[in-house]
Write a protein that binds this ligand. Structure first.
Ligand SMILES: Cc1ncc(C[n+]2csc(CCOP(=O)(O)OP(=O)(O)O)c2C)c(N)n1
Length: 330
């Protein structure tokens, strides 16, 4: 990952690395979706498929000393920030080798050593965590930043206004990344969210942009500017990235929706045609020196990594029962 934000466009090496990370997220999520349907997971998972360019394009500008916090759709953010795929997979399988010793599961993948405060089941919860993290970054004065990833649904929570207020007032090195995937669970955003989400930020004097969140270049550019502002003490920024979740809200949804439709297959297909990974690969293939064989190599490497992580999770032991009483505050 690269911490420089002065470039106009990603280098070829950065593009290849971002494509590999996006593919890793996609293939991990596909495997988790399939394994859930086959009854191999202990809990429903909220997949990030379709939104990979947002997490990866932002995290490309961060290093381990920068914080991120995520939401219930957190696997992608974890991997985008450099979290270890084996440790995440084992965590999702509730194994002792998991990144949280198997006690957090899908909704709490966190790795403090990598600056990952974790996925979070409380919608909007990550925004307040990151506001605090940004305050601590400011006090330390080392130029580090803190990024909150959240959805359009979370933007309607009161905590977002509180965080916008404090971050603007105290010029915190905080970046709000709203992944507007057009839905909150099974409700269309335009039936539950009033007005433009980015306008909430502008009302507090926080610079805000709307971008195509399925375009890795657009995300990378907007994030670069926001990170530069935060690192140089200019305060918070807000990015509203339009994207689409290609999977359901949660893999268990068909069970409780009993087949009820809340979006059309035409809409899903239209967004599939704007797939962020395919677009990034197509752009790469237009560049001199990049070949399909190179991309196939990346695919193969990712496939092997996912299989290795799944086997690692399967072969790992469950946590010992006495662990249930450890790592408690009281
Ligand atoms: C405080 C709180 N309210 C409600 C819920 C139930 N809930 C879980 S996900 C979700 C929708 C969130 O939508 P959005 O923030 O747009 O994220 P997306 O699922 O679209 O990625 C809701 C309402 C919750 N987990 N926490």
């Amino acid at each position: 990952m690269n911490v420089s934000t002065d470039q106009l466009a990603p280098t070829l090496a950065q593009r290849l690395s971002m494509v590999e990370r996006m593919l890793l997220i996609r293939r991990v999520e596909e495997r988790l979706g399939a394994d859930f349907k086959a009854g191999k997971l202990i809990a429903g998972v909220h997949l990030y498929s379709g939104q990979e360019a947002v997490g990866v394009g932002v995290c490309e500008h961060l290093d381990d000393n920068d914080w991120i916090a995520s939401n219930h759709r957190g696997h992608g953010h974890f991997l985008a920030k450099g979290g270890e795929v084996r440790a995440m997979m084992a965590e999702i399988h509730a194994k002792a080798t998991g990144v949280c010793k198997g006690m957090g599961g899908t909704m709490h993948v966190a790795d403090l050593g990598k600056g990952i405060l974790g996925a979070n089941g409380i919608v909007g919860g990550g925004i307040s965590l990151i506001c605090g993290a940004a305050y601590s970054q400011m006090l330390q004065g080392q130029g580090q930043v803190a990024v909150a990833f959240f959805g359009d649904g979370a933007s309607t929570q009161g905590v977002m206004s509180e965080a916008l207020n404090l971050s603007a007032l105290w010029k915190l090195p905080m970046i709000f990344v709203c992944e507007n995937n057009l839905f909150s669970e099974f409700s269309r955003s335009d039936t539950v969210v009033a007005g433009r989400i980015m306008d909430r930020a502008l009302a507090y004097g926080v610079p805000a942009v709307q971008i195509d969140g399925n375009d890795i270049d657009a995300v990378w550019r907007a994030a670069g500017q926001a990170v530069r502002r935060a690192r140089t003490g200019e305060g918070p920024s807000f990015i509203e990235a339009f994207t689409y979740r290609m999977a359901g809200h949660v893999e268990a949804e068909t069970g409780f929706l009993q087949g009820a439709q809340y979006r059309s297959s035409e809409e899903v297909q239209a967004w599939a045609a704007r797939d962020p990974i395919e677009r990034a690969c197509a752009r790469l293939l237009q560049m001199p020196l990049v070949t399909q064989a190179q991309l196939s190599e990346i695919e193969a490497r990712v496939a092997a990594q996912v299989e290795d992580a799944v086997q690692f999770a399967h072969n790992s032991p469950l946590p010992p029962p006495e662990q249930a009483l450890q790592f408690m505050f009281a």
